[in-house]
Design a binder for this molecule. Structure first.
Ligand SMILES: [Zn+2]
Ligand SMILES: [Zn+2]
Length: 358
């Protein structure tokens, strides 16, 4: 890894206050995606995949309402690039010669596709977009089948019924088995939202320990969490620094101590938008476990204490220009500002995955 990100220690060791929570500790790996130029040999979000030339690129066969052309992934990326440049140099040209060349090239490619004959994409399967590529060496929490050591996640950048979310596909493979790499995979013609086009990011994986969101706890445990006297009695220093939470201890627990916000592998689900919604394997009916959380934000107003040390100056700055939010390095936005969580079967990684907006 070429860079690191470090989560500040939690303000309180929650198991010192509630030893009952100790058995619920779960390992997670925060991915800490940050803009970069990942290669096919690196773990990434929105980067190029190590995809064999001999294997067909995944396409989505779902139905895609023809709602008129929106924006191609290339246009979305170019817009972001121009916005970032104008942020650094507000008096710069509307379009540099290089950006103009990119736009002309994309327009020509798009023209060729349109010339190939309508209707596109309504009656064509849609090429999927790379979302994440995770090597086992970087993310040892992964449980691949057989000899596989690489997980690849793609999605179709349209809303799909019933929950208006991109449809996802997972592929496990052995990196050593890929000899000739597909250099230029097909791209979808358009994306339903710019937030469905991930920016290429490198990762700085960091192992953390998580505890369940309070909504995942028993009513008795929730009641205990809500008893500020119990927090005070544990003498862990909450009275001095966190007295603001005295009326809402569960909020203190959920935002500071339970599950980490942002992109992560494993751990506990980030409930709050919805009540807990257990998922069961379609093959063996076992309760599924979180694999990957695809997050709109790495942190927000309630979870700023999870911002890594290295990002705190930027995170706590007073204002950000649109599209330049340091809490949104991937530019991904799902369910507007929510998370898309992928679940897998703990019995077999080959049983089909499922996903959930939360
Ligand atoms: Zn689709
Ligand atoms: Zn199963």
């Amino acid at each position: 890894m070429v860079f690191v990100r470090t989560t500040p220690p939690r303000p309180v060791d929650v198991t010192a206050v509630f030893p009952e929570l100790a058995p619920s500790a779960r390992p997670a790996i925060r991915l800490h995606p940050r803009a970069g130029s990942p290669s096919v040999r690196e773990s990434s979000v929105g980067g190029p995949l190590l995809w064999p030339v001999t294997e067909p690129w995944p396409h989505c066969e779902g139905s895609h309402p023809d709602s008129g052309f929106r924006q191609s992934p290339a246009e979305v990326r170019l817009d972001r690039r121009i916005r970032a440049r104008l942020h650094r140099d507000p008096h710069g040209p509307a379009l540099t010669p290089e950006e103009e060349a990119i736009r002309d090239r994309d327009a020509a490619m798009l023209g060729e596709r349109l010339d190939a004959g309508p209707p596109w994409p309504a009656e064509c399967p849609v090429p999927m977009l790379p979302v994440a590529q995770l090597y086992l060496r970087d993310i040892p929490l992964l449980r691949p089948p057989g000899q596989a050591d690489l997980l690849q996640v793609l999605w179709c950048p349209y809303d799909h019924d019933p929950d208006y979310k991109p449809s996802t596909a997972l592929f496990w493979r052995s990196a050593a088995a890929v000899v000739d790499i597909l250099a230029t995979p097909p791209e979808p013609y358009e994306a339903d939202y710019p937030g469905y086009v991930p920016e290429p990011c490198l990762l700085a994986p960091e192992a953390v320990t998580e505890y369940p969101n309070s909504l995942d706890l028993s009513p008795e445990m929730q009641q205990m969490l809500g008893d500020w006297n119990r927090w005070q009695a544990a003498d862990v220093g909450v009275e001095s620094s966190y007295a603001d939470y005295a009326d809402y201890p569960e909020e203190f627990y959920d935002s500071e101590l339970a599950d980490a916000p942002g992109w992560k592998v494993g751990g506990w689900p980030p409930w709050g938008r919805t009540d807990p919604y257990p998922r069961y394997c379609a093959v063996c009916d076992v309760r599924m476990v979180p694999l990957l959380t695809i997050a709109s934000f790495e942190w927000d107003g309630g979870t700023q204490s999870w911002a890594p040390y290295e990002d705190q100056a930027a995170a706590f700055a007073a204002s950000h220009v649109a599209g330049q939010n340091p809490a949104q390095p991937t530019a991904v936005e799902v369910g507007r500002t929510d998370n898309l969580q992928l679940y897998v079967c703990p019995v077999s990684p080959e049983h089909p995955h499922t996903d959930l907006i939360q």
